[in-house]
Design a binder for this molecule. Structure first.
Ligand code: AMP
Length: 284
């Protein structure tokens, strides 16, 4: 079922709840690929009913980011969702979500602002306001759908850490399920933004997973000094790569450490053909 209106989703979910069925939500921005499908499959295994939201959220994009050109493929998304047995695809307009004619800013709308410590690092450093936009839309989707479970990918590791923190701090009665990163055979993490890359760009983009895998294998060989582990990246980089960050931090709290340990995660953001790509790996 495709719904564009909040009220339609509410009415349907209420019926399910009255029957005692459990509900899972998979928030997406559409342009679905096998990474999204892994979340949907996990939701189908876990819950009686599954809602996929398909909404390119304007308030999580900065003014110079790719909101206008972000791929929008609702027909293809619908086909994939119906093959996976999704019960509702919720694809609202921005007006439906934020009110008609609203200026989309925190001058006039209530925003959810995650803690400074969690946003003033990694992607949040360059994407000012991004996680405010993410938390705001995710909490709205939680309130609209009222799921028992919500599914997020480790691909966006900082995002899922921040959402878990929001759920804990605001006592949101929803269980967050984190799903592993789905990759192409080459190692490239699937992303809707890979569509922007040329064939050569996709090859150049393999540097992200190569750097991360190399850090992990160095860690496994006994190197724990974070600076030394980060240094190993430079031999992979060429003038095709514009690295934004490479960090090794605690996988639950994002805290910096001087020594990597079993709770460490290595995260990278790098531009290839001016496409901003992110990836990460648990060291253990
Ligand atoms: P997006 O449509 O990019 O906002 O992503 C929607 C959800 O899919 C987020 O929870 C992402 O972390 C997750 N996701 C995106 N790419 C992947 C991937 N390659 N593997 C697993 N999950 C992913």
């Amino acid at each position: 079922m495709l719904f564009h209106k909040i009220e339609e989703v509410r009415t349907e979910v209420l019926k399910w709840k009255k029957e005692g069925l459990t509900v899972g939500l998979v928030p997406t921005m559409g342009a679905l690929h096998a990474g999204h499908l892994s979340l949907i499959k996990k939701a189908k295994e876990t819950c009686d009913k599954v809602v996929v939201s398909d909404f390119v959220n304007p308030i999580q994009f900065g003014p110079s980011e790719d909101f206008d050109k972000y791929p929008r493929t609702l027909d293809a998304d619908m086909e994939l969702c119906s093959k996976e047995g999704v019960d509702i695809v919720f694809a609202p307009s921005a007006d439906e979500m934020y009110g008609e004619g609203r200026r989309l800013s925190n001058d006039t709308l209530t925003y959810v602002c995650p803690p400074f410590f969690y946003v003033n690092t990694l992607c949040g450093k360059t994407r000012t306001g991004h996680f405010d936009g993410v938390c705001t839309v995710v909490l709205k989707l939680f309130n609209i759908v009222q799921p028992d479970y919500a599914f997020f990918g480790q691909k966006d590791a900082q995002q899922v850490i921040i959402i878990k923190k929001m759920v804990k701090d605001l006592n949101v009665p929803i269980q967050i399920i984190q799903c592993p990163i789905v990759r192409e055979e080459s190692g490239l993490a699937l992303s809707s933004r890979n569509k922007y890359l040329s064939e050569q760009g996709k090859k150049d983009a393999l540097v992200l997973s190569k750097i991360l895998n190399n850090i992990k294998s160095c860690y496994e060989k006994g190197i724990t000094d974070v600076e030394a582990l980060k240094e190993t990246a430079y031999s992979f980089l060429t003038d095709k790569h514009d690295m934004e960050y490479l960090e090794i931090v605690d996988r639950n709290t994002l805290e910096n450490k001087t020594k990597a340990d079993e709770n460490s995660i290595a995260l990278i953001a790098c531009r290839v053909e001016n496409v901003r790509l992110i990836d990460n790996i648990y060291l253990k």
